[in-house]
Design a protein. Sequence first.
Length: 115
Amino acid sequence: QVQLVESGGGLVQAGGSLRLSCAASGPSFSSYATGWFRQAPGKEREFVASISWDGVNTYYADSVKGRFTISRDNAKNTVYLQMNSLKPEDTAVYYCNRPNAMVSWGQGTQVTVSS
């Protein structure tokens, strides 16, 4: 059973940076693409970024392109999201999951960007 635990969120001023981590336990983590998603209050959960199993290919939502960078360390079973130039509209709970083989959602990590 794969479990995903997100961490690294917090309160930051607009223009600041945060790095989120997604630690996976269970088998075959390195065999799957992994992505970050977010859900703002009153809105649907949306895709943010994803990375292929080998880290070669990355994909981003237009709203974060050029500001966020996804990476992974398969030796540590961890996926990261470096978020720079944060905006108030990035405020949300951030989750990780496997886009092509979804597992149960974790608790997420809250990111709050003040203006």
